[in-house]
Design a protein around this ligand. Structure first.
Ligand code: 5GP
Length: 194
């Protein structure tokens, strides 16, 4: 997605060489709603050949992206995995563990109520970033716990210098990334994307 690559190059802030990319001006803090609509349409086009019954994402940044995707698919049911087990999600939940890439690298659990993910559903997973693939693996695990099927994963930005994308594709998961970053340098501020 050319417009996305342009915005990553112009607005992205790099923290550490080949570590964290911040795109807070349009995706992770301030949100460009019109642009999120375009991202949603790009996912719809990438998965146009698939039947999709439901979209699954993870809070927080995934939610707005998945909302745009749901609209593009004609308002598909959308559920997000929660990171904290709150009172309103006690009891019947699917649980899986994520090794956090950004937050102090400590593992944390994610939860989805059994009410909102059903056996036999064809599920498209959406997330903002793919790095080592832990978040995606945890979401896939939750879909499998439900007896549902993963049709694929739509990722806005894949950091291709990390192992997640290659690993998941080797496992047979269809991963569609709208921008793939080959390398980025804090020193030069340069991001190479494809
Ligand atoms: P993974 O589980 O694939 O290692 O990391 C993916 C998750 O970590 C995403 O849900 C995303 O929130 C976060 N993440 C990983 N790398 C980055 C990054 O460079 N920038 C931002 N903003 N988030 C990232």
């Amino acid at each position: 997605m050319e417009q996305l690559k342009l915005r990553i190059r112009e607005e992205g802030k790099i923290r550490g060489t080949n570590e964290i990319l911040k795109v807070d001006s349009f995706l992770n803090h301030q949100m460009d709603v019109a642009f999120l609509g375009e991202i949603g349409k790009a996912f719809r086009d990438r998965f146009a050949d698939c039947q999709v019954d439901r979209i699954l994402t993870i809070e927080a940044s995934g939610i707005a992206i998945a909302y745009g995707a749901s609209q593009a698919f004609g308002n598909l049911p959308l559920v997000f995995a929660k990171k904290n087990k709150t009172k309103n999600i006690a009891g019947d939940v699917y649980i899986s563990q994520v090794e956090s890439f950004t937050q102090s690298k400590r593992p944390y659990n994610i939860f989805v109520s059994k009410d909102f993910l059903h056996a036999g559903e064809k599920v498209l997973i959406i997330d903002d970033f793919l790095a080592n693939g832990s978040a995606l693996h945890a979401l896939i695990e939750i879909v499998h716990q439900a007896g549902a099927e993963v049709v694929g994963a739509g990722i806005v930005i894949e950091k291709a210098f990390q192992s997640g994308g290659e690993l998941l594709r080797k496992e047979g998961v269809r991963v569609e990334s709208l921008a793939r970053i080959q390398s980025m340098s804090e020193e030069t501020g340069v991001v190479f994307c494809e």
